[in-house]
Design a protein around this ligand. Structure first.
Ligand SMILES: *[C@@H]1O[C@H](CO)[C@@H](O)[C@H](O)[C@H]1NC(C)=O
Length: 230
């Protein structure tokens, strides 16, 4: 009994010390905005369980918002290319759309930039569903979003990346595409953001300037791609 208590007590001390050291290290580099520090704390906590959990990166966006296009095709794409092995990345193509369920059972989705954006979001959702390699799917969407996320963009990106796009376009035009859009809508409403692109790093809102840099800074042992300048 005595030893059990002693061990428990010692464990608590060790755990607390680790946290204190990490927090004080972070406070030394105090020129970073508070929001990033909060995200870092969460990423830091994940280090204690890094064997089982990779840090998560979640992106909520819509296909035609200019800031989403810019973010997805540059900063986000870079992280996907360089760090996909080290992160658990999820994207939610829905953004500021709204879903209304009518009393007759029909469901209506209204997208911020109109029906073309809904179709674009469906293409993105279908790509995530159909392309077997999740990283390839993210890169395919990052390619489409630069070209207005329409059928022509799917064709071009498919050709460029050697991905068959017939099933993806078919999906976006049918029930599956709508179901996926509704699914991403439900996931987005759970989070309840009010701007896009909206980014969560290990569940905490990220509003920094340099995503790659902030993710790298939060690893205890930064992975190899973090040790280079890009
Ligand atoms: C998935 O695609 C990425 C990016 O092209 C590649 O690095 C990775 O090896 C692929 N994974 C599998 C399991 O094929």
């Amino acid at each position: 009994m005595f030893f059990q208590h002693l061990i428990l007590f010692a464990t608590i001390i060790i755990t607390n010390c680790q946290e204190v050291v990490i927090l004080s290290n972070m406070l030394e580099s105090a020129n970073t905005p508070i929001k990033i520090i909060e995200a870092d704390v969460l990423l830091m906590e994940s280090k204690f369980t890094e064997q089982t959990n990779r840090p998560t990166l979640q992106l909520y966006y819509e296909s035609l918002c200019p800031d989403c296009i810019e973010f997805d095709s540059s900063q986000f794409r870079k992280v996907v290319v360089l760090l996909h092995e080290y992160l658990d990345i999820h994207t939610y193509p829905y953004g500021n759309a709204r879903t209304r369920k009518h009393s007759d059972g029909t469901v209506e989705v209204t997208c911020q930039h109109g029906p073309k954006e809904c179709y674009g979001n469906k293409l993105h959702g279908c790509a995530l569903d159909i392309i077997a390699n999740a990283t390839e799917a993210l890169l395919f969407n990052a390619c489409m979003i630069q070209q207005r996320s329409n059928d022509e963009s799917a064709d071009k990106c498919g050709e460029q990346m050697s991905i068959a796009v017939d099933l993806i376009k078919e999906c976006a035009k049918g029930k599956k595409g709508t179901d996926l859009l509704l699914h991403y809508g439900e996931e987005s409403e759970k989070v309840g953001f009010n701007y896009v692109p909206y980014v969560l790093l290990n569940g905490a809102e990220w509003q920094g300037k340099d995503l790659m840099n902030d993710i790298c800074a939060a690893f205890k042992n930064p992975p190899e791609p973090c040790r280079h300048e890009y």
